[in-house]
Write a protein that binds this ligand. Sequence first.
Ligand SMILES: Nc1ncnc2c1ncn2[C@@H]1O[C@H](COP(=O)(O)OP(=O)(O)OP(=O)(O)O)[C@@H](O)[C@H]1O
Ligand SMILES: [Mg+2]
Length: 373
Amino acid sequence: MVDDATPSRAFLTDSLAHEGYDVIDAVDGSAAIALIAADSADLVITNTLLPGIDGIEVCRRIRQDLGKNDLPVIVMTARDERLAHIKDLRVDDFVTKPIDLSELCVRVRRLLQVKAQAEQRESQTRALTTQLEGATHALLDAERLAFLGVTAGSIGHELGNVLAVLMSAGTGIETAVAAGEPVDIEEVRDLMAAIEHVREHTRSLVMIGRPARAREDTYDLAELLRETVRMLERAGRLRDVALEMRLPETETLLVHTNRVRIEQVVLNLVSNAADALAMSGKSKSLRKLQVQLAKVDDRARVSVIDNGHGIAAANIKQIFEPYFTTKPIGKGTGLGLPVCRKILNVYDSDLLVSSVEGQGARFWFDLPLVPIL
Ligand SMILES: Nc1ncnc2c1ncn2[C@@H]1O[C@H](COP(=O)(O)OP(=O)(O)OP(=O)(O)O)[C@@H](O)[C@H]1O
Ligand SMILES: [Mg+2]
């Protein structure tokens, strides 16, 4: 309450105190500014005419010097002063003299209510912002963890496949050496091929995070299919199936990709087909696995077809999700197909599937052909 006239100030102060307000009074503008600067006001009522700086100047300093734009200010004016001041938007309200106490009380209550509501909205906004930031961080953490999980799992999965080949070749060599028999050169070659595979995979790991394409070669896709199937045969993965390779007889289909990655795709697809056949309950001679290579327009199409247990319609979308597996615990990690799809996407290709449950499955992908000069 800023007023230099002692009787009216005392009357208003007492009356407002009686209404339950905590009232501090100031006898001039400078004293008022000092009190407000010390943060001890929720609302200011000021006379217009004051010794030294006037009420309108008090209001200006509250806004400009103290930066308190939300502090409500009521100015008490004589009736004829009112129009001149009302243009000053920094004043929140006016009461004209002689002061009607109930009118003043209504205005004070309303302004304090508006201020409280604004503060509440602001604190709600702050709380929501904090909540949102927290949720965003949690989401980013979850994504990072999921990415780490997928990456770690995929490494394990990949190493597991190659280790099976290494174990088999190593055991073959060990057995031959122990028996004093000549070592099968093919087994040594398998061993070296698997080592090369791991080496290339290690390079890919180093590249993770950078979407750079791995070193690319031009090669004969039929040859890659033959070699990959031979690796699996030597690892004993195709022992119980009737395998048929349908490769072009005369035409050479050249493609240009990182070779090991496509090997990885074929390895996964043929392993899956072999598993589906093993679990189909069919006798060995009826378990058909076909690996096809054909030219379709200007692309080479690789298909892996089996007549195993097939895929339930409800599962067909999920099989490409990381960790989706229908295999017993310890058998499948559910990373084979998502890894295949990721690899093919690098070469603007995709992995496609069609299946009828109980009858079998067909997986295929295309790669652009390199023209033979
Ligand atoms: N040829 C297929 N026939 C029937 N179901 C298949 C075939 N290939 C994949 N699936 C289904 O898709 C699922 C996911 O395959 P994916 O290769 O991603 O993982 P996985 O083989 O279960 O495990 P991992 O490859 O990590 O050892 C399999 O568990 C299986 O249910
Ligand atoms: Mg698999």
